[in-house]
Design a protein around this ligand. Structure first.
Ligand code: GP9
Ligand code: MN
Length: 627
């Protein structure tokens, strides 16, 4: 019976198994996938299976000789996808994503060198296609007709395999599909074919929403934004004109560690000193506004002064939109713009998104010397990241706008003993215990970075902006947090824990102080641009200058919670900031509408790609787009 089944489906079975083996071998040989443990290796091995079954199932629609031909064609197409990725990877060190297929410049880069990227032995990839054709011909294999029920079952089997695959992968990578961190990670976990399907779904969803939008949609939004515009503070406007900008995204840094101690030891001594400095403006009531896109969401907020999306990472889903981002604006002010981050360039789709945001250069992991001695956990330790970054900065034309993203203080907050400036805390919760120690480490690295800039004469003429990207300690750690803070973690406290440090340091300014205003990452762009003397009246942005005298104390978090001068609104309740108790909802009422509107308008711009209708110079709808 088994033999009989095999002979009926032999073309399909043999080809399927070969395609499976081939996919796995190619992962191992052609791509540099970083496999950390046996579970990951196992996932890699099984991940082609669901799609191989899915692809081969199509051949079941045919019988007789047509089955053989369809099997060969399917195998050829599937192999070609692997082949294309392999060649693309050789050049770009990345996997193909649909947008790049349409980015002519990208393909142009490849065009000239494509022949040098091909090797004769690449053809071996297709050898099974040829051998199978010969085999089926010689053996004169003919396949019987298959009932639609059986075909259905085969597709169902592939779906089950896929679910099992994702299930195992989720144990390694929680929220794999919703957060979609990185192409490499997707390939490692769900396989090359499923990744392409996933990519296609994301891209076509975005395309469809874009196609449905027209220029009239931006009109209301523009009116709202114009009415909400806040004049810059004249005493701050342009005070950092033409200075270099060093912006530091501090990984997982929350405000509760600032000016605080653990077991009697200061957690951020350097930042605490910096805050006290007469050249520093510190914003203790500053909130992160990120969603599932975490670090990339914070980058998005800072680049565009628009909100990231309610689900998914806008860096992934809408990298092809038109943006008028900070790097692009500064480019016009003669700035050289660069992002520096010692991680895989495709993580969070940065390599693609940065082009849309207008960065001149992205220094990614390939631009750093990363060896076991200088790395831990996620990669290069902050200390070495900054040290090597200074060398990159020396090469940059001035003035430059640089954005640094630290990494060591990232979950699971691992650090070697020798790097510990303070011991781990002693609660039951290892994550929280380690957090303090890695924060302390990053603080030390920042200190070294500042010192080295001073030594190199690169400090004086620079404005520094430091901010925490998002929370590091999630609500899963409320027990330990409650122990540390000495109070119950209510929804009010959780919201207040979304505060991240924000520090603006302008050497020689002398007027620094603690700024109480309630704000968020969305406000960073107009604040910085005004300091640099760049007008923002005509730009589309939702934030407002943190120094503006006309400012309203108000900020909205991505989940719809909002914070005003005296109140916090979260989970449908209004809290008084002083008593920390829930109060009459009507006290929050005046801001509810605004909070909703802001998020909704921002989402609409992104979903509809509405900035494409706006002339970045005038901030008005382009003449030829008017309806
Ligand atoms: C990865 C780094 C961390 O490049 O930005 O990302 P996160 O998990 O914090 O979003
Ligand atoms: Mn982060």
């Amino acid at each position: 019976m088994l033999k009989n089944t095999f002979s009926k489906y032999q073309a399909l079975i043999i080809t399927g198994v070969l395609l499976w083996i081939k996919s796995y071998l190619l992962y191992k040989i052609a791509f540099d996938l970083n496999i950390e443990n046996n579970v990951q290796e196992f996932i890699l091995l099984i991940n082609p299976l669901s799609s191989v079954v899915f692809i081969m199932a199509f051949a079941l629609f045919f019988s007789g000789k047509a089955r053989n031909i369809s099997v060969i064609v399917l195998n050829f197409v599937a192999t070609f996808i692997l082949f294309a990725n392999m060649v693309y990877y050789r050049f770009f060190n990345d996997f193909i994503t649909i947008p790049v297929l349409f980015q002519t410049s990208n393909m142009g880069d490849l065009g000239e060198s494509i022949t040098s990227l091909l090797y004769p032995y690449d053809l071996l990839l297709f050898i099974d296609v040829i051998l199978m054709a010969v085999y089926l011909k010689l053996r004169n294999v003919e396949a019987p007709r298959v009932s639609s029920k059986k075909i259905g079952l085969t597709f169902a089997a592939s779906l089950i395999l896929f679910i099992v695959n994702v299930g195992v992968a989720e144990t390694e990578r929680p929220q794999l599909l919703t957060r979609s961190f990185d192409r490499e990670m997707l390939i490692k976990n769900i396989g090359a074919y499923n990744y392409h399907v996933y990519d296609a779904i994301i891209q076509s969803k975005a395309k469809a929403q874009r196609a449905l939008a027209d220029s009239s949609e931006i009109v209301d939004i523009e009116n709202y934004i114009r009415a909400d515009y806040r004049e810059p503070n004249p005493s701050k406007f342009g005070i950092a004109e033409d200075k270099n900008v060093v912006m530091i995204s501090m990984e997982s840094l929350q405000s509760f560690v600032i000016n605080n101690r653990v077991d009697g030891r200061e957690i951020t001594p350097f930042l605490n000193d910096l805050i006290k400095d007469e050249d520093t403006y510190y914003f203790p009531n500053f909130y992160h506004q990120t969603g599932q896109g975490k670090t990339s969401d914070s980058e998005f907020l800072i680049a565009n002064s628009m909100y990231p999306l309610p689900s998914g990472a806008v860096f992934f889903t809408h990298s092809q939109n038109e943006y008028h981002a900070t790097p692009e604006i500064l480019d016009q002010e003669n700035y050289y713009t660069a992002s520096l981050h010692a991680n895989n360039k495709s993580f969070w789709n940065r390599d693609i998104m940065y082009k849309s945001l207008g960065y001149d250069r992205f220094y990614s992991v390939k631009d750093y010397e990363v060896i076991p001695e200088n790395s831990i956990g996620w990669g290069l330790k902050d200390e070495f990241f900054f040290e090597q970054s200074v060398e990159h900065m020396k090469e940059m034309p001035e003035p430059y706008f640089t954005k640094f993203i630290t990494l060591t203080n990232h979950f699971p907050f691992s650090l070697e003993k020798e790097d510990e400036q303070i011991p781990e805390w002693t609660s039951e919760d290892g994550t929280v215990n380690r957090y303090f120690t890695t924060v302390r480490y990053t603080d030390e690295s920042l200190k070294m970075f500042f010192e080295s800039l001073k030594n190199e004469g690169m400090y004086e003429d620079t404005v520094f902006v430091l901010y925490g990207d998002h929370y590091g300690i999630s609500e899963n750690h409320n027990e330990a947090m409650s122990q540390y803070l000495g109070k119950e973690i209510t929804p009010f406290v959780t919201t207040q824990l979304q505060r991240v440090p924000m520090i603006i340091h302008i050497p020689g300014d002398g007027k620094g102080k603690v700024m109480d205003t309630v704000g968020g990452q969305i406000d960073l762009r107009p604040t910085l641009l005004h300091l640099l003397g760049v007008d923002t009246k005509n730009t589309i942005h939702f934030g407002s200058d943190l120094f503006s005298k006309e400012r309203q104390d108000f900020t909205v978090l991505r989940d719809g919670s909002f914070i005003t001068k005296n109140h916090v609104y979260t989970e449908g309740k209004c809290y008084d900031k002083n008593t920390e108790k829930a109060v009459e909802k009507s006290l929050c009422q005046p801001y509810m509408e605004k909070a909703k509107k802001e998020l909704d308008y921002s989402d609409r711009i992104i979903y509809g790609d509405l900035l494409r209708f706006i002339d970045p110079k005038t901030g008005q709808v382009k003449e030829d787009e008017k309806k």
